[in-house]
Ligand binder design. Structure first.
Ligand code: ATP
Ligand code: SKM
Ligand code: MG
Length: 183
């Protein structure tokens, strides 16, 4: 085994987090919170970590400092999870825009992709004004088409969310992780 791979495995065993990725509004935050409550596992949300770090809402950070500043803080938040153990981690929809983030997640644990259509996301998002980067429908479609292969490439497991309630998704993900000894 080469050195990089040995290091990756060692870090993975120590951290053991489960990361939830997927398009905006797929239900990452809700599922991590539901599973955390069901299985008594601590959960954190990377968007909330960034908000605490920069003392502003995601929308405000985008507005005043720009997306790049948000992305830098997002990676910093992810890196800080090396010091923690066995968390359920809901990520922002754009976490896979950076290759470094994908590497970090794999070093620290397993990655679950909540896979739905763009329509699933748009239906679920209650307050679109809080999603500054979604834009109009044409932009949302472009973003979705660009990102879907990135989510697929970055994940260890994929769970279809279409046609399911948030509770069903939590149940399906819980079963999958439980069977693999990850919960
Ligand atoms: N049980 C529920 N029933 C119906 N709608 C819900 C439920 N739980 C959450 N929602 C709504 O679904 C939307 C998406 O949920 P959530 O915030 O968990 O998605 P997300 O993938 O974390 O989104 P983001 O990428 O923006 O962080 C939210 O706008 C929320 O208001
Ligand atoms: O899809 C995205 O690029 C984002 C999704 C949100 O969760 C936030 O992380 C932020 O609004 C960026
Ligand atoms: Mg979220």
């Amino acid at each position: 085994m080469d050195e990089a791979r040995r290091d990756r495995n060692r870090a993975h065993h120590g951290c053991d987090h489960v990361f939830f990725i997927g398009f905006l509004g797929a239900g990452k935050t809700t599922v991590a919170r539901n599973l955390g409550n069901m299985f008594h596992r601590s959960f954190v949300d990377v968007d909330h970590m960034v908000e605490r770090d920069l003392h502003a809402s995601v929308a405000r950070i985008f507005e005043t400092r720009g997306e790049q500043a948000f992305r830098v803080a997002e990676t910093r938040s992810l890196e800080s999870l090396r010091r923690r153990r066995s968390l359920l981690v809901s990520c922002g929809g754009g976490i896979i825009e950076s290759e470094r983030n994908a590497v970090l997640m794999h070093e620290m644990g397993s990655v679950v992709f909540l896979d739905g259509t763009l329509e699933d996301s748009l239906r679920q998002i209650r307050r679109p004004e809080k999603r500054p980067d979604l834009g109009d429908l044409a932009h949302a479609r472009e973003l979705y088409a660009h990102r879907r292969p990135l989510y697929e490439a970055a994940c260890d497991y994929r769970v279809i969310i279409s046609g399911k309630t948030f509770e069903q998704v939590a149940y399906d993900v819980g079963e999958l992780l439980w069977e693999r000894g990850l919960l």
